[in-house]
Ligand binder design. Sequence first.
Ligand code: IPE
Ligand code: IPE
Ligand code: MG
Length: 246
Amino acid sequence: MKPPQMPLPKHVAIIMDGNGRWAKKRHLPREAGHYAGMGAVRETVRAACDLGLENLTLFAFSSENWKRPKTEVGALMGLFRAYFRSDMDELVERNVRMRIIGHRGRVAPDIQQMIQDSESRTAPNTGMNLTFAFDYGGQEEIAAAAQELARAAKDGRLDPETITPELFATRLFTSALPAPDLVIRTSGEHRLSNFLLWQSAYAELLFLDTHWPDFDRAALTAAMGQFTARERRFGALDTLDSGAVA
Ligand code: IPE
Ligand code: IPE
Ligand code: MG
């Protein structure tokens, strides 16, 4: 008997890796790879909207990416500014709600302002949730949530015994989103690099060799199709097996 097909994922999260390698292959500076990567972001967002995806989260800059040379960090920040300026109208038109998850306080004040403006401008939108992980680190996020709960316990506002995974998750940046059911990483590395560590506990992981600037509508459609062929168990048995032992 053919196993039942999984429904399409509700939340796809992507580690957009390989801009540098894409550029190197073409004898271009790394910045050219990042620029091309912005084109892939645009195309992926459009495709995700057209496919009716409810939640798309893109890892744009990690809390560890500050360790890169100043010129590269500067170029990346310039691209974020350009993206906010050029793409916000289209996101509004497409009824997309945009959010940023990450530290916020470490980026330049004008970018902080752009983030705030874009979030409030798209807040009334009811279509796809588009989230950029920007100056984001999963361990930092978990530590901040633990700090907040510890503070509440210390002040007598919280009984430590009531801390459950569900309560903990409400203190994460992603509290408004469902957990990702599919995490994709492009460009061949098989690691999470501190991305959505808590939230990805039961995500399906898909590692692609494609460098991020080459990722497109067809790649997203194929990835979502692959997801539907997987069997998720969440620690239990599949329906047939559990039927047999019941
Ligand atoms: C991903 O591409 C973009 C960011 C991390 C900002 P990389 O810049 O990591 O590209 P590679 O991994 O060096 O090819
Ligand atoms: C992860 O990629 C961060 C982003 C895609 C924004 P990196 O290229 O920074 O990860 P490592 O250094 O290969 O682990
Ligand atoms: Mg990389």
